[in-house]
Design a protein around this ligand. Structure first.
Ligand SMILES: Nc1ncnc2c1ncn2[C@@H]1O[C@H](COP(=O)(O)OP(=O)(O)OP(=O)(O)O)[C@@H](O)[C@H]1O
Ligand SMILES: [Mg+2]
Length: 362
């Protein structure tokens, strides 16, 4: 598997101009820097950030992409509520949760709550003036899959009305997003999901245009990517099986973000991935190539974007709920009585995040 283009693209972020690029070793294979930087992906308004594995960067990425997006509606569907606490700067979330908002679609005698999305700047001052909203999560979401399963099985039993009832349940997140986007005058949506499919992730897939899939540089994450792609396309698996031939939206994958990447420190190396990163860039490209029908274009090189390991910067950003874009190299913070400094590499991560943002939004 050849990953030269993906690696060269990283170097292209740093070239100042065409002359600078012409001097780079990568320009031999890729003479036109601008062609490398435009992924030519279709651009969408609504994304779910998901992979069926924990701790790979879904919540961190959702929070940081939301910061970049500005006027966005971010929805936390993971019962661990990690992105909720990013948005609330660690305070307990008040108000209507995504669980409260979805339940009336499943239990028809319940009334719909009003006032769901909350403005982020009221909770996290780094979002001042951003026009971003969020819908908090709730630990009740741990029970949501079984409630949804029994609602679906009741719906299947309604004579003559089952298609309408199943559609109403499976399109509940989509309907909720339509309403909340209208109310908050936002167009962009980012959904943070749990590492599990059943329940809110399932509903999110019907609600978004496409998926952003973080994959960490380890074998388990690559295996979860394979599982996710299998779920997306296998008619015998729960996602397509639950639709029972109804005409519901099926998302494609826009981008696999390879998180926790490392780069060679060898003298003279120009944005060359270290060996572990290279191994996983190749493995991920192979999986994408084998499942290209699940992606938004037919060129695997368009769909892998490396994102460096945030190192100590990630610890600071998580502990203080600060977007990576708001940190500067060598800035110091005290966390748990320990002095921690922002790594110089933060500027590279900031450029990588900008590149992801530039290639997703309509
Ligand atoms: N490039 C990166 N992208 C995302 N996270 C990173 C990266 N490098 C380091 N990290 C760190 O990895 C951890 C990822 O945790 P995060 O909570 O975002 O994962 P998650 O996939 O949402 O987990 P869960 O499935 O449990 O909700 C964070 O501590 C983050 O700082
Ligand atoms: Mg998470």
């Amino acid at each position: 598997m050849n990953v030269d283009k993906i690696v060269a693209r990283q170097a292209a972020y740093y070239a100042n101009d065409a002359q600078d690029w012409a001097n780079s070793a990568h320009s031999v294979l890729f003479p036109r820097m601008t062609e490398l930087l435009d992924l030519e992906l279709p651009k969408h308004n609504r994304y779910a950030v998901c992979n069926l594995r924990g701790g790979i960067g879904k919540s961190t990425l959702t929070f940081n992409l939301a910061y970049d997006a500005g006027d966005v509606l971010a929805v936390d569907t993971c019962p661990q509520a990690n992105s909720t606490s990013f948005f609330t700067q660690g305070s307990p979330a008040n108000g209507t949760t995504i669980y409260d908002a979805l339940l009336p679609y499943l239990l028809p005698r319940m009334s719909f709550p009003s006032g769901i999305a909350q403005k982020v700047e009221g909770h996290n001052s780094y979002f001042d003036g951003k026009g971003a909203y969020f819908v908090p999560s709730s630990p009740n979401l741990y029970e949501f899959p079984s409630i949804m399963e029994s609602a679906l099985s009741q719906a299947r039993g309604i004579p003559g009305e089952s298609d309408r009832a199943i559609t109403q349940i499976l399109n509940s997140m989509r309907d909720l997003l339509d309403r909340e986007c209208r109310k908050t005058d936002t167009r962009k949506v980012l959904i943070d999901t749990s590492p599990f499919f059943s329940g809110a992730t399932h509903l999110s897939w019907h609600a978004v245009d496409s998926l952003i899939v973080p994959v960490r540089t380890d074998q388990q994450s690559v295996d979860s990517l394979k599982l996710l792609l299998e779920l997306l396309q296998n008619k015998n698996r729960s996602f397509l099986r639950a639709q029972q031939g109804l005409d519901l939206h099926e998302p494609k994958v826009q981008m696999v973000v390879l998180t926790h990447c490392g780069w060679s420190t060898r003298a003279g190396a120009q944005y060359e991935p270290n060996n572990q990163t290279k191994v996983y860039l190749k493995k991920v490209k192979q999986v994408i190539t084998d499942n290209i029908d699940c992606f938004t274009t037919d060129d695997p090189d368009n769909h892998i974007v490396p994102l460096d390991d945030f190192l100590g910067t990630g610890r600071i950003a998580s502990a203080k709920q600060i977007p990576i874009k708001c940190l500067s190299p060598q800035q110091s913070f005290t966390i748990g009585g320990q002095r921690v400094t922002v790594n110089d590499s933060v500027t590279k991560c900031q450029r990588q995040l900008s590149f992801i943002s530039q290639n997703i939004w309509a």
